[in-house]
Design a protein around this ligand. Structure first.
Ligand SMILES: O=C(O)/C=C/C(=O)CC(=O)CC(=O)O
Ligand code: CA
Ligand code: MG
Length: 420
């Protein structure tokens, strides 16, 4: 794909450490002067696709203007050929030798905005939200805390375990997270009590977003899965561990996770991630035929979570991990969901599950990083944290490292506000 060529340069200045060089071109939804539209990020600018379409700059790639919309859903419904052609067209428009927009001040004024002048919105209207549990390190760590006798359940290596989450509380980065209230029961207490969660945590995840999939009763094979996946975002599955611990048997996560899930606003396309595909870990025992996957199923994505309390002047990196070690990959996750004939829709969000590495500084939740509160995090402000306190802000970052450029995801942040 010419759009991924490391040598491409844009006439828009892009700093070397920018997440959004011309090789990326992620899609998002922004508002500006009371108007909401679909845009593409480049450097610290946004290309207003609604205006670009009206000006005839990209109008030959889709049948109608699906870009003056409040979400990416209409665009996602068009399918992979249109997604790919749109990114290709935008890439061509932004190349240093293309004068069409570069030398037209009036058009540039309409079509190119500063990211600092726009407000990012939820990229999609979420119809379905699923969260997987696909890191073997995370599942083993959490399992050993919640179920010391059998950390990894017998099904875990045979199917990508997941649960249906709550689409309406998936929020865009920057949305404050109000501390949830709920039922909890201390180990030595006889009865539960109701009140603000005391063990509020993060989960560092990636999420993939689908386009229009197949109708009810059809399935999707691992080989065709990526035809239905538009792109990926950073995802923080905020988790109230005390609520979760008391409620989860026998039906799994419920109110301990449904109060908020944050995603980053820019959706990095699977096409932009293509150069960063790598082999995943060997799956042993072999998985059933409908979950077998040819070729490199994983992506080399560096991930970090940063914390900043109200007493800190700058944020501190709590953990560094990588998406490439995930046991179950995106095609397997999608093939699994669709294997019973459920429908896949444009704008669905599928969380990868917490991404934990093998070392103590590469774990994807505070529950693991601080090992149930036994290894508190020491902060430069002299404070300690085992879980999040009111006023704490968490920022997830992620990027793929290319040769002299990075394909990044921007940030996914949220600040904890006191319970109401
Ligand atoms: O093992 C459990 O009972 C619970 C696990 C989680 O909290 C993890 C979850 O949300 C899935 C994941 O992020 O990997
Ligand atoms: Ca999760
Ligand atoms: Mg959640």
């Amino acid at each position: 794909m010419e759009e991924n060529n490391a040598n491409l340069k844009s006439w828009i200045e892009v700093k070397p450490d920018s997440d959004f060089p011309i090789q990326n071109l992620p899609f998002g939804v922004f508002s500006h002067n009371g108007q909401t539209a679909v845009g593409v990020a480049i450097g610290d600018k946004v290309v207003h696709l609604g205006e670009a379409y009206e000006a005839g700059l990209i109008s030959d790639v889709t049948k109608s203007n699906v870009f003056n919309e409040k979400s990416l859903n209409a665009f996602l419904s068009l399918g992979k050929t249109e997604w790919r052609n749109t990114r290709k067209k935008v890439s061509e428009l932004l190349r240093e030798d293309n004068a069409q927009l570069r030398d037209n001040a009036e058009l540039r004024e309409k079509c190119i905005l500063a990211q600092s002048d726009v407000t990012m919105q939820m990229p999609v209207e979420v119809g379905n939200f699923v969260d997987f549990y696909s890191s073997i390190e995370h599942a083993t760590n959490i399992g050993s805390m919640f179920r010391p006798n059998n950390p990894l359940m017998p099904n875990w290596k045979h199917l990508p375990v997941g649960y249906n989450g709550r689409p309406s509380s998936v929020v865009v980065s920057g949305t404050p997270v109000v501390r949830p209230k709920g039922q909890t029961k201390a180990d030595d207490a006889e009865l539960p009590t109701f009140g603000p969660s005391k063990l509020l945590d993060i989960e560092l995840e990636m999420g993939f977003i689908t386009g229009l999939g197949k109708p009810l009763s059809e399935s999707i094979s691992t080989a065709e899965a990526l035809d239905y996946v538009f792109g990926m975002v950073l995802l923080n599955d905020w988790s109230a561990r005390d609520i979760q611990k008391w409620e989860y048997v026998p039906l799994g996560p419920f109110l301990g996770k449904s109060f908020a899930t944050s995603i980053s606003p820019w959706v990095v396309t699977m096409d932009a991630l293509e150069p960063f595909r790598v082999a995943g870990p060997k799956q042993e025992p072999a998985v059933l035929p409908h979950l077998q996957c040819e070729g490199d199923g994983n992506y080399d994505i560096h991930l970090e979570a940063h914390i900043q309390t109200e007493k800190m002047d700058a944020s501190l990196c709590m953990t560094k991990t990588n998406f490439k070690a995930m046991y179950w990959n995106v095609p397997q996750q999608l093939a699994h969901i669709a294997s019973n004939g459920t429908n896949i829709e444009a704008g669905d969000v599928y969380g990868s599950g917490t991404v934990s590495g093998t070392t103590p500084d590469s774990l994807g939740s505070m529950l693991e990083l601080c090992w149930r509160g036994t290894r508190p995090l020491k902060l430069p402000s002299g404070e300690e944290r085992k879980f999040l306190l009111d006023g704490d802000e968490v920022t997830l970052k992620g990027w793929c490292q290319g040769d002299g450029y990075r394909v990044g995801f921007g940030e996914c942040c949220g600040k904890i506000l006191p319970a109401k």
